[in-house]
Design a protein around this ligand. Structure first.
Ligand code: KIV
Ligand code: ZN
Length: 550
């Protein structure tokens, strides 16, 4: 911003809580989770969900494991009303799942809401009104605190009167001082306690007090101070479930919720992937997976995150950003060479699936959210030798010797660099095979026979001319090297040799790798592939020899 623009803004006042305790705490158990996808999430969509889409989303939320699901604002629109009626009338609410409905503190709306929930086995009726000085001044035309408190009390009384009209429904009560995050703390406490006086919660029949950061005005530590202050000062704390409901205007909704949990929150409201008004609600997916990544069971199952994402994208018509934590296309992908090397080393060290997770750059095992390892390492000009070796091994079974990685890696990422694009694993294989495996020019091995004394007779083609060469050594590879030297074709020594059965290739194939040192000091590796391990070795030698000419 320009200096003149910045002058419009002021620091956010902190909470006076010098003996705050939340910074010394850690998260050890999950909160009660409440999804507001079908309300906060739906109301924020350019194209709201249809009833059928809402049902699809509801079923998804149930499958994930949510036990409290806000299904909308049934008094606000016919679609919301119809949706809720369908859930109830078609018996779609599984045992153990509580639906939640939102309503403003207005008689007609509350009455319609009770019509909507009638017959549901259990329901949370969620009353709210806005409480901050800003809202009181602007939205409610300079309404006093008393007037705002009276609106809440009146709404609470009407709800209390209507509860007996739905005898088949077990009703739980929730109140939100909307805009809690910029409400004076003493007033937030006063209005919540006034609602409690009407509803008379007990430890057995608690009230849910939801303390929303309707707009995220400040840093997460201030939010945590607000929550701790409230928890410490509100009366009858043991008769209250403190619920957190953060938004993400400053991009720290997740942090605010996590610190809010340290500060005393018992319950968390949010949405899948943080969908919601403006910059969104709290991203429940991220908070739950963050907990999983610290070894905490959450009761929510995001193990098939890709299909959850697909349903979410289809029903909301939103997209999940490529860099979204856990769910983004690139959430686990490393392009950078040094990161790829470290990831490969991390995987190589893993002995078994049960090992404690310790792979650099990856907070969780992508498999645990249903991601394959394919996306983990991708090749572009930033990539390094380790990444290329990793792809060749993971996808095609070539276990390149470590000292071969730089030669192959540089060759392949130079191509990505010159083409300024990413190479697919298949393209990496193609370049590798064309350049480093079984090459035939300028030198090709046409056929060979080996005698029991380890001497070789080979038909080769060199620069287009076919000839027979002979040599002997302590094995076939040495014998061929000597034959090439005797024929005056090449002058080198074999300095390393490895081979293995080729995983992923045809069952019968073996791979061999040969390192040679030319008399002029150059050292190169070549690879060979063949059903016979011996021929694979000879092909690797020919290829290494050819690479001296590249
Ligand atoms: O963000 C908010 O304050 C809300 C309330 C209605 C709880 O969504
Ligand atoms: Zn909200």
């Amino acid at each position: 911003m320009k200096t003149d623009s910045i002058k419009k803004y002021r620091p956010f006042p902190p909470v006076n809580l010098p003996d705050r305790t939340w910074p010394d705490k850690t998260i050890t158990h999950p909160p009660i989770w409440a999804s507001v996808d079908l309300r906060d999430g739906n109301q924020a969509l350019p194209q709201p969900m249809t009833v059928d889409e809402k049902i699809e989303m509801f079923d998804l939320l149930v499958r994930i494991g949510f036990k409290q699901i806000e299904v909308g604002f049934p008094s606000a629109s016919d679609t919301e009303f119809e949706f809720l009626r369908r859930l109830i009338d078609e018996n779609r609410i599984p045992e153990g799942v509580i639906i939640q409905v939102l309503v403003q503190a207005r008689k007609q709306l509350i009455e319609r809401t009770f019509e909507a929930i009638n017959g549901a086995p259990r329901a949370i009726v969620h009353l709210y009104n806005s409480t901050s000085p800003l809202q009181r001044r602007i939205t409610f035309s300079d309404a006093s605190r008393e007037k705002i408190r009276d609106i809440a009390i009146e709404g609470a009384k009407i709800i209390k009167q209507l509860v007996p009209t739905v005898p088949a429904t077990q009703v739980m009560l929730q109140y939100s001082p909307e805009s809690f995050s910029d409400t004076e703390m003493d007033f937030a406490k006063e209005i919540c306690e006034a609602v409690m006086d009407v509803w008379e919660p007990t430890p057995e029949n608690k009230i849910i007090l939801n303390l929303p950061a309707t707009v995220e005005w400040t840093t997460p530590n201030v939010h945590a101070d607000q929550i701790e202050w409230f928890c410490r000062n509100v009366k009858n704390r043991d008769a209250i479930t403190i619920s957190l409901h953060t938004h993400n205007d400053r991009g720290t909704g997740t942090a605010a919720t996590e610190l809010g949990l340290l500060a005393g929150g018992d319950r968390v409201e949010g949405t899948l992937f943080g969908n919601g008004e403006r910059t969104g609600n709290l991203d429940l997916t991220t908070v739950a997976l963050n907990m999983n990544s610290h070894g905490i069971e959450t009761g929510l199952d995001f193990s098939d995150l890709t299909s959850i994402r697909v349903t979410y994208e289809n029903t909301t018509r939103m997209t999940v950003h490529d860099r979204h934590p856990y769910a983004g296309e690139l959430a686990f992908t490393a392009f950078s060479g040094s990161h790829q090397d470290a990831i490969k080393k991390g995987f190589d060290r893993r002995q078994s699936e049960e090992d404690r997770w310790a792979v650099p750059y990856l907070t969780i095992d992508p498999k645990d959210v249903g991601r394959s390892y394919e996306a983990l390492v991708r090749i572009n000009s930033q990539s390094g030798k380790g990444g290329i070796a990793y792809i060749l091994e993971r996808d095609f079974g070539f276990e390149l010797p470590k000292s071969m990685h730089p030669q192959v890696g540089k060759f392949i990422y130079d191509i990505a660099d010159s083409e300024s694009r990413e190479l697919t694993p298949e393209e990496v294989l193609e370049v590798f095979e064309n350049t480093f495996v079984n090459t035939k020019a300028p030198l090709a091995l046409i056929s060979h026979t080996l005698a029991p004394d380890n001497s070789i007779t080979a038909i080769i083609q060199h620069n287009g001319n076919e000839k027979e060469i002979k040599g002997s050594g302590n094995g076939p590879i040495n014998a061929l090297a000597h034959a090439l030297e005797s024929a005056g074709i090449k002058d080198f020594q074999v300095t390393d040799y490895r081979s293995h059965a080729l995983r992923g290739g045809s069952d019968a194939d073996s791979a061999a790798y040969i390192q040679i040192r030319h008399n002029d000091g150059r050292v190169v590796w070549g690879a060979g592939k063949h059903p016979s391990i011996e021929t694979a070795g000879l092909n690797a030698l020919i290829t290494a020899s050819n690479l001296l000419d590249v």
